[in-house]
Write a protein that binds this ligand. Structure first.
Ligand SMILES: [Zn+2]
Length: 71
């Protein structure tokens, strides 16, 4: 299973990326890190809601990594 989240506005490019994690469930008010697909910058986000469980990450979704492990 994977966790999919239509994320907050990207600080690096101003767009909204579809985020996805295959290793952990995306939870609200947690910090995640990803590489912006538009300009390659590393960005940290604070989620505002939980991810939706999906069978696999959709094509084009941006993989995120949890920065804290206390979930
Ligand atoms: Zn971006």
């Amino acid at each position: 299973m994977a966790s999919f989240l239509k994320g907050p506005i990207c600080k690096a490019c101003g767009q909204q990326h579809p985020f996805c994690s295959e290793e952990s469930e995306l939870q609200p008010r947690r910090e995640y890190e990803y590489v912006c697909p538009t300009n390659g910058q590393k960005v940290r986000i604070l989620t505002d809601k939980s991810g939706a469980l999906v069978r696999a990450c959709p094509t084009g979704s941006v993989p995120v990594k949890a920065l804290s492990q206390n979930w």
